[in-house]
Design a protein around this ligand. Structure first.
Ligand code: 4AD
Ligand code: MG
Length: 453
């Protein structure tokens, strides 16, 4: 039976009959034998196979070249080479699929931009193998974090008729041909439908029944911003807690990010070591710092005052009442606080309708968690639980209450204070790996003008 390279390399003792399979990373020929470095993606390291010239299956000139898939049977023996405990002494080799010299992943380093054009092959590179193993482990860690705290996992719908964020950045879903706006009532769902931008509103209905819930699924935004931290399709984790206020929400956000950093340090050490060496030299110190130190917290008004006092020449002016730009967020975390920071109590006008109005009538109980290198990773709030204020908020934001009747019902029947947030999974991965572009932490990025693969 085939052994994963990860398990072969972790063996406690030699083994005289082992079979491994994978893709050839490199081949070096010596007199009378060859070295094949074989990687199967199960771990960062490749395993070295020593193949004698006469080994069954090993023809000469042979097609065992970079990129080919092979199976090797033989003995797992101590390796004399530095940095590896074991190697395979081949008894037989078998070519599974050849790869000719046009194979694009040759040994020389490739740029990230080039690798994006071969997104179907890039998981076979060191960097992307590490990124996607880390992504998988962190997805598991997300579930473990919430399940161990008795949060109920809710599958929010992907097709929805309501715009949660009110930003009008939704992709339309339609089965109509021709003019899709002429008779929306004849469309598949009997009304206009969209891909969801957030599972929050549906999540709230479940929190108002099951107490603590979370969603974890794909979300979609038709925002035409071609930046390193925006994708049209990304995964969001959205916990929602009944009987919870803004401080409780901020505590959960902080605890969650700390737990994810701790998990990565403990369970993705080999891949993180690679990121720390080749992607972001300060990565491990930063993650340890995040795990050990409390985050800073400041009200929006104070954040704006800090930015105004900073004397920095920002591209976008710092304006009371305006949204913080990425450069402002990064100044706060990287220069001023030198730490993740939670900004809360934003102006009512720049935040969605569902956030709870503060007693000042001017601000709402929003909270954004900003981290160095990225800016916002979490956006959340305590929700408006008072029916009359919620209806007034809808009017203020020019929404039609009849579109949100079911959402308002939660305030009509047994309303409770509740709060939650959304964390962008890709932004978290950027933070935990040091990879600077969101396109490089998603298997197949969807961005303006790009839906290849
Ligand atoms: O701040 P946002 O828009 O908040 C919401 O959607 C709320 N309904 C969440 C809630 O309270 N349940 O988005 C939440 C997070 C952001 O902080 C960011 O990390 C990520 O989602 N995000 C994106 N990630 C990648 N590409 C985009 N275009 C993103 N837009 C938001
Ligand atoms: Mg936000």
């Amino acid at each position: 039976m085939r052994t994963l390279v990860k398990h072969a390399l972790a063996a406690a003792e030699p083994h005289n009959a082992i079979a491994i399979a994978g893709w050839i990373r490199t081949r070096r020929d010596a007199k009378g034998f060859s070295f094949l470095e074989i990687n199967d993606g199960s771990c960062f390291a490749s395993i070295q196979c020593v193949v004698d010239a006469g080994t069954p299956g090993f023809a000469d000139p042979h097609p065992f070249t970079t990129g080919a898939s092979v199976e090797v049977e033989g003995a797992l023996v101590p390796s004399p080479a530095a940095g590896q405990q074991w190697e395979v002494k081949a008894a037989s080799v078998r070519l599974i699929g050849a790869a000719d010299a046009s194979y694009p992943l040759q040994k020389k380093g490739h740029t990230l931009e080039f690798l994006r054009t071969i997104a179907h092959l890039r998981p076979r590179s060191n960097l992307f193998g590490a990124v996607f193993r880390t992504r998988s482990r962190l997805a598991f860690a997300v579930h473990e974090f919430f399940q161990s705290r008795d949060f109920v996992y809710v599958h929010a719908p992907i097709i929805t008729a309501s715009d949660c964020e009110g930003a009008g950045e939704m992709f339309r879903v339609t089965a109509l041909k021709g003019n899709i706006d002429e008779k929306p009532e004849t469309d598949f769902f009997g009304k206009r439908a969209y891909l969801t931008v957030s599972g929050q509103l549906e999540g709230e209905t479940f929190a108002c029944a099951l107490s603590n819930i979370y969603t974890f699924g794909p979300t979609f935004r038709a925002e035409n911003s071609n930046t390193a931290r925006h994708a049209a399709e990304f995964w969001m984790i959205e916990p929602e807690m009944a009987f919870c206020d803004l401080p409780g929400d901020m505590n959960l956000g902080e605890e969650f990010i700390k737990a994810m950093a701790r998990y990565a340090l403990e369970h993705c050490a080999e891949d993180l070591a690679f990121f720390a060496k080749f992607v972001d030299k300060g990565l491990l110190e930063r993650l340890k710092f995040v795990v050990e130190r409390p985050f800073q917290r400041v009200p929006y008004a104070e954040a704006v005052a800090i930015l105004k006092r900073s004397g920095q020449a920002f591209e976008f002016p710092v304006d009371d009442g305006a949204n913080l730009q990425a450069e402002h967020e990064r100044y706060l975390t990287e220069e001023h606080f030198k730490s993740p920071v939670t900004v809360f109590n934003y102006p009512r006008a720049i935040k969605p309708f569902y956030m709870r109005l503060n007693d000042d009538g001017q601000t709402v109980t929003a909270m954004d968690v900003l981290v160095p290198g990225i800016g916002e990773v979490i956006g959340g709030a305590q929700r408006e639980e008072r029916l009359d204020v919620l209806l007034a908020q809808m009017e203020y934001h020019r929404l039609r209450p009849e579109d949100y009747w079911w959402y308002a019902d939660l305030r009509r029947y047994g309303s409770v204070p509740h709060a939650g947030f959304g964390l962008g999974f890709e932004r978290l991965l950027m933070f935990l790996t040091g990879v600077a572009n969101i396109r490089d932490v998603i298997p197949f990025a969807r961005t303006p003008g790009n839906a290849e693969f």
